[in-house]
Design a protein. Structure first.
Ligand code: SAH
Length: 338
């Protein structure tokens, strides 16, 4: 519930209006795990709330810490027993959390471990929020950046995503800056168009991964629904409406999308846009046969793009030793249990 919704509920329960703010503060600033922690609230109110409303608090099932870079990967259990994973990364400019937006995913990208078992359900706004809250509680450190790049397609869970973003950036809650939130999508065109009109200052990351329709269709089923032309047009629209530069994610797989000709086609495709390319060495997934492009090949790809006047960075790999790639921790854990 947003603060106004909670205020409405307090009114209906004939409680004092300021109780809503107190409750909200316990949940979204003090990050309480349940009503029992809310020491300045009357027992009767806490009991009433306990009966009327579900309180989301994720259970940590497993945590893995990278010996290389301190990245931590958390596996959380939801109230219905489903599992989601979230990653905590420490950067010079602050701590970043990567959250999941769905249990599983139905987008079916060929290289992604989250796609293998398909989609189970959408996450509630509270289940997205509590990934950030739980990690803040467990690390004892403030989170400054949130990326919605874990399991799931965020724009396939649009309303809950929007509610999550509004609450995460609410001045009465953690008040994380919208500019420090990135939403990554495989490219659901009508949803990108809608998002452009929400008046948000978040960063949109678009999973491109291939410079032609033909190549993209072989990697990402969504590319059969929307062409690259449509995608580029909506990206231009997003920039025009929000003033926010688009980030294109491009995961490099050897012999798949890392050739000279790919650079040329990619340049042609995105040059007209105000954008930035993030090159990601593809993470090999056990069940899939993609091979990461070599370090040298990635450098060459980057340099060529740069020469063509494209802003480009290579994503630093973090947590490779702890199943850092999308969906691998959850998948590995479920496989071991069964
Ligand atoms: N569904 C959203 C967000 C989740 S995936 C999306 O498609 O953008 C986050 C990013 O990781 C996407 O760019 C996705 O294509 C990429 N990705 C998935 N599996 C990967 C892998 N094995 N190696 C490298 N990148 C991968």
């Amino acid at each position: 519930m947003s603060l106004p919704e909670l205020q409405e509920e307090m009114l209906l329960l004939s409680e004092k209006p300021y109780r809503a703010k107190q409750l909200y503060d316990w949940m979204h600033v003090k990050l309480a795990r349940g009503y029992e922690e809310m020491s300045n609230l009357p027992k009767s109110l806490k009991e009433k709330c306990g009966q009327l409303f579900t309180y989301t608090a994720l259970e940590q099932v497993k945590v893995q810490e990278s010996r290389v870079d301190g990245t931590r990967k958390f596996l959380f259990a939801l109230a219905d027993g489903n599992l989601v994973e979230s990653v905590w990364m420490r950067y010079k400019h602050g701590n970043s959390v990567c959250i999941s937006s769905q249990v599983g995913c139905r987008m079916g990208c060929r290289f992604c471990a989250s796609a293998i078992d398909g989609w189970e359900r959408n996450l509630l706004p509270s289940e997205m929020l509590d990934q950030v809250y739980a990690i803040t509680r467990l690390t004892g450190e403030r989170v400054s950046n949130v990326v919605v790049m874990g399991t799931g397609e965020p724009l396939d869970n649009y309303d809950n995503l929007l509610c999550f973003i509004r609450m995460l950036t609410d001045e009465n809650g953690l008040h994380i800056s919208q500019r420090n939130i990135t939403v990554s999508t495989c490219g659901i065109v009508p949803k990108i168009r809608a998002l452009a009109g929400e008046g948000l200052q978040i960063t949109l990351a678009l999973s491109l991964h291939a410079p032609t329709d033909e190549k993209r269709r072989a990697l990402m089923p969504i590319a059969r629904e929307y062409s690259l032309d449509e995608l580029m047009e909506v990206c231009a629209y997003y920039f025009e409406k929000t003033g926010r530069r688009i980030t294109f994610e491009y995961s490099l797989a050897e012999g798949v999308n890392d050739a000279k000709e790919d650079v040329r086609e990619l340049t042609k495709l995105i040059k007209p846009l105000n954008c930035h390319v993030n090159l990601i060495p593809i993470n090999p997934v056990k069940e899939r046969d993609f091979v990461q492009s070599g370090k040298a090949a990635i450098e060459v790809f980057k340099n060529k793009l740069e020469k063509n006047g494209i802003n480009v960075t290579i994503r630093r790999e973090m947590g490779r030793d702890i199943d850092g790639a999308c969906g691998q921790l959850r998948r590995g854990y479920i496989a071991k249990q069964s």
